[in-house]
Design a protein around this ligand. Structure first.
Ligand code: ADP
Ligand code: MG
Length: 351
């Protein structure tokens, strides 16, 4: 009854892609309203949360040592229940700010990685309930990504999604509203940054910051060569003299640094294909493997996957928001799309 009374305001329902690198918030009827880094600044002395999102990211490295930037999702899994709850509450309050029904408890569709344990699903559910959401629906991120990419996930046909985020890569084959086979690995965008840091240390005795490594990856990183050679300067600290040092690197060197990780991603795609029934393979062959997530933007990674799997590969439009847009589609069509959600009955004990 109370819910019925509130239903005209249901446009406040929200979808959140709580990614390891970026948090994207979708508001029903409005679309994507927030894109922020998944960073929380915590005062380690008091445990107090000082800032969330871009504001927290700005504080990193500019504050006393006892203020640390935490990423609440390590490898895609909730590592700190309290921080996740605060983050969900923060984003909820931000979208409902200046509304007269401030105390309104919206519904939430939230993406989580495939293959998280029941305990972790319950932790996300509880964190969201504590953050003030009335109802919580969990969806596997590749499923949300596939829906965001407008794949016909409910039909009896095969769809393959490769979602490369910051902390995790998820590979999934979807048919009839469910995940047929999947892989989740902890090699993704962040690991590529670490590869570059390790390479600079070994090859040039140069200590690089995480931000520098990511910039180089985005600027000249690739999985296969292009016709023209690209180069850029990297700046860091000389490990021998301790002084600042600048070195010129080429796309080929960065490719070498990333080679091992891109191989692991490709192996996961091949392994998943190997355990996929032949009928579904035929569908994937004609639809193509669909890539989502920021990591899919690594230059020519799509070409390398196509070459190695002999399948067509497409990067979805705006890959960084595909999961959030998929959560949004589910939010807008909850009744028709209920079957794609993770069943939650077991989480709520019968009254
Ligand atoms: P998550 O879902 O885990 O939050 P995202 O889908 O937001 O992750 O992707 C973030 C990752 O994408 C980061 O590791 C970032 O470095 C990487 N990324 C973003 N743009 C590019 C690009 N143009 N080339 C390569 N990597 C990129
Ligand atoms: Mg993601």
């Amino acid at each position: 009854m109370f819910n019925k009374l509130l239903s005209p305001f249901s446009s406040l329902d929200i979808g959140i892609d709580l990614g390891t690198a970026n948090t994207i918030v979708y508001v029903k009827g409005k679309g994507i309203v927030i894109k922020e880094p998944s960073v929380v600044a915590v005062n380690q002395k008091t445990g107090e949360i000082l800032a969330i999102g871009s504001e927290a990211k700005k504080m990193v490295g500019r504050t006393p040592a006892y203020i640390t930037a935490t990423r609440p999702l390590v490898d895609g899994v909730v590592s700190d229940f309290e921080i996740t709850e605060q983050m969900l509450k923060y984003f909820k309050d931000r979208v409902s700010k200046s509304k007269f029904f401030l105390s309104f408890r919206p519904r939430l569709v939230v993406g989580i990685p495939c293959g998280v344990t029941e305990v972790e699903k319950k932790a996300v559910n509880d964190a969201a309930k504590n953050a003030g959401f009335r109802e919580v629906f969990l969806i596997e991120e590749p499923m949300a990504g596939a829906i965001g990419a407008r794949l016909p996930v409910q039909e009896a046909g095969g769809n393959m999604i490769v979602d490369i985020g910051g902390g995790t890569t998820e590979v999934a084959v979807i048919s009839l509203g469910g995940i047929v086979s999947s892989r989740s690995l902890r090699i993704a965008g962040d690991e590529l940054n670490s590869d570059i840091i390790r390479y600079a240390e070994e090859e040039f005795k140069l200590a690089l910051g995480e931000r520098m490594a990511e910039d180089v990856k985005i600027e000249i990183g690739s999985a296969l060569p292009d016709e023209e050679v690209k180069e850029t300067l990297i700046r860091g600290r000389d490990l021998i003299t301790g002084l600042p040092k600048e070195i010129k690197v080429t796309d080929e060197e960065i490719r070498e640094a990333l080679y091992h990780s891109t191989e692991i991603i490709i192996k996961a795609v091949k392994d998943t294909l190997e355990e996929t029934p032949p009928e579904l393979i035929a569908d994937i062959m004609s639809r193509g493997i669909i890539m989502t997530g920021g990591g899919s933007l690594l230059r020519n990674l799509d070409r390398l996957i196509a070459q190695e799997t002999k399948m067509p590969v497409k990067i979805t439009e705006d890959p960084l928001t595909a999961v959030a847009r998929g959560c949004g589609v589910v939010l807008e069509n909850l009744d028709e799309l209920k079957e794609v959600l993770i069943p939650m009955e077991y989480l709520e004990p019968p009254h």
